[in-house]
Ligand binder design. Structure first.
Ligand code: KPL
Length: 302
């Protein structure tokens, strides 16, 4: 047997100071990876990570080293393309970029912004984290993640990216085709997020019979557009998954509920909006998703 290679922990740059990004950054740091944050304000960022079994305080430097070789970009879908445009001058020729957000439609925006040898990945996670204040991150729900390469240049660095993301947001499953997982997550988000944003309720309230008809319609329409887009799901299996997430996150407010409550931009255009754009390409109408999109669009800026 060949002697095993010593693992070299590659430096990672985490963009922003959102809860999931800081959770990942803290885990990478604990696993021995050099980590820096790329954020607007200068100076290092000190924060405390509280999880079920530990409290850790750490301070991470702000972008000391460039070009960046390994980058985790856990920013909201609507901010991804602009963030990549701004980062591009700082990226190494063979940089590996990992996107992680709700919704779909950013991969098509980002791929043309990359150079031929820059790799693109998507990580979808069910870890729950939030910031009760600016410098505290609460790891509120243990989850898992799936990771998939989105271009050929990513495959050349598979080992390094997979090992780091395992440390950051594991347990991690590497998928050769990440799209079915992203569509399944989209189904959950396209039901729970707009309904909770519209009715300003917790996820668990969707278990009430008041919402059964709306949930059924949204899932049926989702299956129609997914099928035309080459993704086959059964209504029953998606219903089961949506109910499971409603139950598991019953006490949470969805990210879109919170965005609307706080008057912030939301991922509506990358969740419901994405479905409507896909449907339009196939001359398909999605009346339930269309109605919820219109109601929410009137409520707040997207
Ligand atoms: O991903 C979520 C979100 O809030 O954005 C769900 C799964 C709906 C949990 O709330």
């Amino acid at each position: 047997m060949a002697p095993s290679q010593p693992m070299i922990a590659q430096p990672w740059t985490v963009v922003g100071e959102g809860a999931i990004g800081l959770l990942a950054a803290a885990h990478l740091h604990q696993a021995g990876y050099p980590v820096q944050l790329h954020r607007r304000s200068a100076g290092s960022f000190a924060f405390t990570l509280r999880s079920m079994d530990a409290v850790v305080s750490l301070s991470l430097p702000n972008t000391v080293h460039s070009p960046y070789c390994f980058i985790l970009l856990p920013v909201k879908a609507y901010a991804v393309a602009e963030a990549v445009q701004q980062l591009q001058p700082l990226l190494a020729a063979k940089a590996q970029l990992v996107l992680s957000h709700n919704g779909m439609g950013t991969v098509e925006q980002v791929l043309p912004l990359l150079q031929p040898e820059q790799g693109l990945w998507f990580l979808s996670t069910s870890h729950g984290a939030y910031k009760p204040d600016r410098s505290t991150v609460l790891h509120s729900g243990l989850g898992q993640s799936v990771l998939g390469a989105l271009n050929k240049a990513a495959l050349l660095q598979q080992h390094n990216v997979e090992a780091a993301m395992q440390a950051a947001l594991g347990p991690l499953q590497l998928q050769t085709d990440i799209w079915p997982s992203l569509w399944q997550k989209l189904a959950v988000n396209a039901v729970i997020n707009p309904l909770t944003a519209l009715h300003q309720c917790k996820n668990g309230e969707l278990a009430s019979s008041n919402y059964s008809a709306a949930i059924k319609l949204l899932i049926e329409e989702f299956v129609q557009v997914a099928t035309l887009s080459g993704q086959n799901f059964s209504v029953g299996a998606l219903h089961h998954r949506v109910n499971q997430v409603i139950e598991q996150t019953a006490d949470n407010y969805s990210s879109m509920q919170q965005d609307f409550a706080k008057g912030r931009p939301s991922e509506l255009d990358y969740i419901t909006g994405f479905l409507l754009r896909q449907a339009a390409q196939h001359q398909l109408q999605l009346p339930a998703h269309q109605a919820i999109y219109q109601l929410l669009s009137q409520k707040s800026p997207r």
